[in-house]
Design a protein around this ligand. Structure first.
Ligand SMILES: [Zn+2]
Length: 403
């Protein structure tokens, strides 16, 4: 069997070579299309066109506006996820090349979203293309997803696909930046707002009011004192809690009637919305303040509201899981050695699939984290090709191991 797989790995490499220029063209086209969060329609349409061209048996856009293609109709439902939306350009003059004009330099394609996450989209689409070109089959249905909304609300578009549209993957593979390593988890994040209430009065007679900003002072000290005792995790380290915003009524000549601070909280696997809020409430409620997790407003390019709590849990995949083992075996068969194993510092759609829904999830992508959200945004094309090979072989090895 091992010999069969070794010759299959060679076949995959050959087809990856023959499809390489087509893949590069697709990636360049995606970079040319501006696709900020909530404005992904054109990138979704371009991806649907490519999914049709590579021979997907079914191609569709779901209600949240994700681009989807399916190959095979077997029992194991494998989902590949890479997002089409990008971070916004802050200052174009800092970019060595124009963000929407793809340029190949030193073997890498430069352009907005190359490293986050369009290089990943090209690799999963062409993984499916190789699989299809070789007519490989197994007891799997492979779904390739060009996801939306990830930059502002990671996991919300995937949640909609699973919970509203009813697609239930057995495993999820996310093609965010890992530099061809396997990512087995991520820290999570959460936004919490803490509010004090006072009583408004004219600033010339403050004795008639209650100053909400002054009430916030001991609350801030209490929040700061929590930091050393935030939950610790053997892999992900300690969480963080940063007071990142402070607001109140915009009335300089009044005693302020309210004051609200925003906390950016980084959380480790195992922390829940309830556990985070409970810890904060224990500190702030005795001081007269209230704490809550706000809703993240989300509007899809299809016009749907997907607002939901601004809570993105962390997660960790066991190295004993069939998903990890077959991912590692895929790397072993393609390159003769196991991949490095990492965890992500940033948050991904895995916050939903693994963190909320409990679906085994792993990360594997060609992009390098150092280029994400920078004017040096780029992805190495040899790594994109290698990632596509991984995505072609994985379903075969996964179903071999799990049927
Ligand atoms: Zn990303």
């Amino acid at each position: 069997m091992s010999n069969d797989i070794a010759s299959l790995a060679k076949e995959i490499a050959k087809v990856a070579d023959s499809l390489n220029s087509q893949m590069i063209n697709f990636l360049a086209d995606l970079i040319r299309i501006q696709s900020y969060t909530g404005q992904e329609r054109e990138a979704v349409e371009r991806t649907l066109k490519e999914l049709t061209a590579i021979g997907c048996e079914e191609v569709w856009m779901d209600s949240a506006g994700n681009a989807l293609g399916r190959i095979g109709s077997g029992k194991q439902l494998i989902l590949y996820d890479a997002h089409l939306d990008t971070n916004e350009v802050a200052d174009e003059s800092e970019w060595p090349h124009l963000p929407l004009e793809p340029v190949i330099q030193n073997g890498a394609m430069w352009g907005l979203g190359a490293s986050d996450c369009k290089g990943g989209v090209a690799s999963i689409v062409y993984g499916a293309a190789i699989l299809k070109a070789l007519k490989l089959s197994g007891d799997f249905s492979l779904i390739v997803m060009g996801a939306t909304l990830e930059e502002d609300a990671e996991g919300f578009a995937l949640r909609s696909l699973v919970e509203k549209d009813g697609l239930k993957p057995d495993v999820v593979l996310i093609a965010e930046a890992t530099d061809l390593a396997l990512s087995i988890g991520q820290r999570g994040r959460c936004e919490v707002r803490v509010r004090t209430t006072g009583k408004a009065a004219h600033a010339s007679q403050p004795e008639l009011g209650e100053n909400a900003i002054m009430k916030m002072v001991p609350v801030l000290q209490g929040l700061d004192a929590m930091i050393p005792s935030l939950p610790k995790h053997p892999v992900f380290g300690t969480g963080h809690q940063v007071v990142s915003l402070i607001t109140g009524p915009n009335t300089p000549n009044s005693v302020p009637s309210w004051c609200e601070v925003t906390l950016d909280r980084r959380i480790v696997p195992g922390e829940t919305a309830e556990s985070v809020l409970e810890g904060i409430r224990r500190v702030v409620e005795p001081l007269g303040a209230q704490a809550y997790i706000p809703d993240q407003p989300v509007l899809t390019h299809t016009g749907q509201r997907l607002d939901g709590p601004s809570f993105y849990p962390g997660w960790e995949l066991s190295q004993d899981s069939p998903l990890f083992k077959s991912s590692q075996k895929t790397c072993q068969m393609l390159w003769g050695k196991p991949a490095d194993v990492i965890v992500w510092k940033f948050s991904t759609d895995g916050a939903y699939s693994a963190g909320t829904a409990g679906i085994p999830t792993i990360g594997f992508g060609p992009q390098e984290a150092q280029y994400i959200h920078t004017p040096q945004d780029q992805v190495n094309l040899e790594k994109v090709r290698k990632a596509a090979m991984f995505y072609a072989l994985f379903p075969i090895l996964y179903t071999m191991q799990n049927t």
